[in-house]
Design a protein around this ligand. Structure first.
Ligand code: NAD
Length: 492
């Protein structure tokens, strides 16, 4: 039984059951392609969030606590397999909520969710306990070892841009380590978190280990959850502004937080780079998912001798992006997530113009005909002529946009790229490997690519510096966040 047929209500999932919706607490799930509501969502109130947290507390103390690492890993693998079997159902749900092109939903969102579940099954199975002997005064010895225990109940709060991918990135390691979770998907994209509940039920996860509460952030399910005293840790992906509020809530009770926040990511293009490969890479990094990936590039610094070629080549590729029906495999670019988000992005278009920028491509709202006129469509846009101090070069816009700025020397490129309060990701494009390593290492970011973008090994640490986050997740870093170590010292 799925709870998410289009004409139905997207339900909360608590203690192993879909909750009967309260008809007085429904909000619309809007398709950003057309602007039409495609489902209703049951907003969880404080008492339902409380029930979800209590069910998770009961679960961590119950049968789940007796499961071995091997059994938990096996369950994650079964869930990965089940998502593969129900692959197109997840793809359709993701498209319905976000309007993203089907190729993206298939190749990135749902494929990565499968990889998240199976990778953390592997990572937790391979993790060893560290133990070492200590020399004590008088020649005595002690044996030290570390036992890692689950944190307990983990609140997982995620955004709308890669709903299932970002959710499973946190849920998989949390469950692998033996925690119970209460997840709060974005109000814009409630469906795949709910479908995942169905999958976990099918593969035999004990009741209460995975709970879903729907709703908004402030004064709704989000703040009820992160402020709940029964939560032992908070893992959050979203904007820096919201992260600040979540951190305040988590401070009560000194709960640990893991934050993956916003970015204002730079690309640095040297004159010695392979131009065609670089332009293809930049096109992906600026425009993928309509620019709504935290890792997307919004600032492009180009060595002066190739500046005009890069501007022209990137504008040409941007003009060839295909906007339209997300279910058509030829579509490359969907709408933004909502009209409200488009208003925000359009405000930056006005700011860019006021800052003296010239749009070499885009700069407005496309006319895609009557079918799409109420959707959240926007033109892929590139600006030149803007100073590094202009607000559109400093603040995260989260749309299909970038400003291009010329530079002369390596030192100048590094200084321009690092001139940001954010520190999530950067990419360096060059055929000189030594220069590539040097510049990539000089970037003050959590993730620095050379001649590629978005390529991830899920065992490596992921996160951001500065306003882009706190902590790292991925591989062992995730195991560290989702467990509490106890050092046992035995005098021998
Ligand atoms: P957002 O911060 O508005 O919302 C994120 C989530 O937090 C949503 O589920 C929302 O309902 C909830 N929320 C809002 N206020 C809350 C509160 N006071 N207490 C508890 N929960 C609250 O972000 P968004 O607009 O959904 O997503 C876009 C942002 O996410 C961008 O800034 C983007 O860079 C960032 N992001 C970062 C990463 C990363 O890995 N660093 C990945 C994806 C997205």
């Amino acid at each position: 039984m799925s709870s998410v047929a289009p004409d139905e209500i997207v339900r909360n999932f608590v203690a192993g059951r879909f909750v009967d919706p309260d008809p007085t607490r429904l909000f619309d799930d809007v398709d950003p392609v057309t602007g039409r509501a495609v489902a209703s969502v049951h907003e969880a109130d404080a008492s339902l969030v409380d029930r979800a947290v209590r069910s998770a507390r009961n679960a961590v103390a119950g049968e789940w606590s007796k499961w071995s690492t091997r059994e938990r890993a096996a369950l994650l693998r079964r869930a990965a397999l089940r998502i593969e079997e129900r692959f197109e159902e997840f793809v359709e749900a993701e498209i319905r909520d976000t309007g993203k092109p089907i190729t993206h939903a298939r190749e990135v969102d749902v494929a990565r969710a499968v990889a998240n579940l199976s990778t953390f099954a592997d990572v937790v199975s391979a993790a060893g306990e560290s133990s070492f002997r200590s020399e004590l005064p008088g020649g005595r010895q002690a044996l030290n070892y570390v036992v890692r225990k689950p944190l307990g109940v983990v609140a997982v709060v995620v955004p709308w841009n890669l709903p299932l991918l970002l959710l499973t990135w946190k849920v998989a390691p949390a469950l692998a380590c033996g925690n119970a979770v209460v997840v709060k998907p974005s109000e814009e994209t409630p469906t795949t978190a709910t479908l995942l509940a169905d999958v976990f039920r099918e593969v035999g996860l004990p009741d209460g280990v995975y709970n879903v509460v729907h709703g908004y952030g402030l004064d709704s399910a989000g703040s009820h959850l992160v402020g709940h005293s029964g939560v032992d840790g908070v893992t959050f992906t979203g904007s820096t502004a919201t992260g600040t509020q979540v951190m305040r809530a988590a401070a009560t009770g000194v709960r640990p937080v893991s934050f993956e926040l916003g970015g204002k990511n730079a690309a640095v293009v040297f004159a010695d780079a392979d131009l065609d490969a670089t332009l293809d890479g930049l096109t992906r990094s600026v425009f993928s998912n309509t620019g709504q990936v935290c890792l997307c590039t919004e600032r492009v610094y180009v060595q002066r001798s190739v500046f005009d070629d890069v501007v022209e080549g990137l504008a040409d590729r941007a003009a060839r992006l295909v906007l339209g029906d997300p279910r058509d495999t030829g579509t490359t670019t969907g709408p933004l997530i909502s009209r409200a988000h488009r208003d925000k992005v359009l405000a930056y278009f006005a700011l860019a113009e006021a800052a003296g920028a010239r749009a070499v491509v885009g700069g407005g709202v496309p006319d895609l005909g009557a079918k799409y006129e109420d959707g959240a469509w926007i033109e892929p846009t590139l600006w030149v002529g803007m100073d590094n101090d202009a607000r559109p070069m400093r603040e995260e816009i989260f749309g299909p946009v970038a400003g291009l700025v010329p530079f002369d020397t390596d030192a100048e490129a590094i200084s321009l790229a690092n001139d940001s309060e954010y520190g999530l990701a950067a990419s360096v494009w060059t055929s000189d490997l030594v220069r590539g390593h040097q510049v990539a290492q000089a970037m003050n970011v959590g993730m620095s690519w050379v001649n590629t973008w978005f390529l991830r090994d899920l065992r490596s640490p992921f996160g951001g510096a500065g306003l882009s986050g706190i902590g790292r997740e991925g591989g062992e870093s995730s195991l560290h966040f989702y467990t509490e170590p106890t050092n046992v010292c035995v005098q021998l």
